[in-house]
Structure formats: structure tokens, C-alpha cells
Design a protein around this ligand. Structure first.
Ligand SMILES: [Mg+2]
Length: 255
């Protein structure tokens, strides 16, 4: 069935692996910066242990039966990392130092291609644009958006850390549609995460486009399950979105 875009007034993007690459390379850069700071504060860390704890932390919001989808408390998991790796209780100053390094490493690891920025800008001429990201630090996402220049193109930015719950929980979706002043049916959600983005958006009553342009980090990949919603669109690259919405060919969307 052809995709009918006539009711769509707004496009809401996921961030990591939808607009920007946040895959093994970026994760490794962030983990290495954190490990270096741990080493400076507490001595050389057991990297296997650091990676194991980080992997558990990343999927914790989706764990449990049923999952609560509560976003991580960043200072708490940072102190927990120190306890797990070194068996000591960090001071507030040490936690703050680790949080600063996490912030800088995250913002520094993210780049947006010129083609992607141009594409988002063109979509913004026809649609209201929002961003809804699962990340435990809203300030880091906003700093990254300023650095990549995407902030100027987005009408609304909502981060799970500010809501307290991660996608696919309904609350982040309710927050973003409310802030954009749209009904769910007027929104098209675009994301790479089958559970968080596609199932979350469809359960919230939005249309959903599933993009596979970037390589996600293995631990945060969720396979389709029985009874899952199908996305309304499947995109090998986000550049295809404009053509699917307008029926026109896209030129110059990639660099
Ligand atoms: Mg993503």
C-alpha cells in the first residue's frame, strides 16, 4: 500500500543512528575517555569490567519483566561504575570529574554530515521538526545539537533524561507531541530502534519510519517480536524520506 503522507504535519527524529552515527566507533571513544579518567582518579581500570558494567547500564532501562523503561540516573550509575570496578566509594568531586569527561567525550564523538543537515533543513521547510532521544543526559544532547548545527533546525527537543522514562514508554512520546502541539496522527516518527522508536511511536498512535542507515551498537539492538507493529516506511537511508513524503526525487541529499 502506498504511504499516504497527507495528514502529516510534523516529523520527529530519533538522534543516535538516525541523524548521526552513534555506533561501535563512537561508543569506544566514549568508553576510552571514561576509562582514561578512571585511570587518572583511581589507577588503571580493568577494561573488560568497565565494558561489562557499561553494557549493563545501557540496557538497564529496557530490562525487567515487564520493563519499567525508567531512564538511568547518570550520577548514580557513574558512582556505581567506580564501585564495581574498584570496590571503593567515589567522592562527589570524583563523580563530577567523570561526568564532565562523559559529557565532553559524547559531544566530541558526534558529527553530522553536511548532506544530513541539508536534508533536515529542507524537510523543515514543509514540516515542523522535533527530536526525541533516549539518553541519560539532556544537556549533552542539547550541546551536541548546538555543535552539529541541528539545534537551529529543530522546533522541539525532548530527551528521556528530562522525562524520566525512555522510549518506548508512552510518556516521552506524549511530551514531544504536546510540546509540538500536534496530535499523534499528525506526527511521523523516524528512528533506528525497533523497540524504542518503531514500537513506541506506533503504540503512541504515530506513524513510524524505520531507518537502517547506520550500524547500531549490538547491545541496544532489539529484534522484531510476535505481534509487533510494522513500520509505515522502511528507509535504507534517511535521504529516501523526502522522496517518500513528496513523491519527488531527492537531489543532493548525500555528500
Ligand atoms: Mg537511535
Amino acid at each position: 500500500m502506498p504511504f499516504n503522507s497527507s495528514a502529516i504535519r510534523a516529523i520527529i527524529f530519533d538522534y543516535g543512528n538516525t541523524l548521526i552515527a552513534f555506533g561501535p566507533e563512537q561508543i569506544a571513544a566514549c568508553d576510552q575517555a571514561l576509562a582514561d579518567e578512571l585511570g587518572r582518579l583511581f589507577g588503571p581500570p580493568d577494561m573488560a569490567r568497565v565494558t561489562a558494567v557499561r553494557d549493563i547500564d545501557r540496557v538497564r532501562p529496557y530490562s525487567g519483566d515487564p520493563p519499567e523503561y525508567r531512564e538511568n540516573d547518570l550520577p548514580r550509575i557513574t558512582a556505581g561504575l567506580v564501585r564495581s570496578v574498584y570496590g571503593v566509594e567515589p567522592s562527589q568531586d570524583q563523580v563530577d570529574a567523570l561526568l564532565r569527561v562523559r559529557f565532553e567525550a559524547f559531544v566530541g564523538a558526534i558529527e553530522v554530515s553536511g548532506g544530513m543537515r541539508t536534508l533536515v533543513a529542507r524537510l523543515g521547510q514543509r514540516y515542523r521538526l522535533g527530536l526525541l532521544s533516549n539518553y541519560p543526559d539532556g544537556d549533552a544532547i542539547r550541546a551536541s545539537l548546538r555543535r552539529t548545527g541541528l539545534d537551529a533546525l529543530l522546533d522541539v527537543v525532548v530527551v528521556s533524561a528530562d522525562v524520566g522514562y525512555v522510549k518506548p514508554h508512552p510518556l516521552p512520546f506524549e511530551r514531544v507531541t504536546k510540546e509540538m502541539d500536534i496530535s499523534p496522527e499528525e506526527g511521523l516518527f523516524v528512528g533506528d530502534n525497533w523497540l524504542a522508536d518503531i514500537q513506541g511511536a506506533k503504540r503512541a498512535g504515530m506513524r513510524a519510519a524505520y531507518t537502517t542507515e547506520f550500524i547500531p551498537y549490538g547491545r541496544e539492538h532489539f529484534e522484531p517480536g510476535a505481534g509487533d507493529h510494522e513500520p509505515d516506511l522502511r528507509l535504507d537511508a534517511l535521504a529516501e524520506l523526502e522522496a517518500r513524503l513528496t513523491g519527488r526525487a531527492v537531489e543532493g541529499a548525500c555528500d
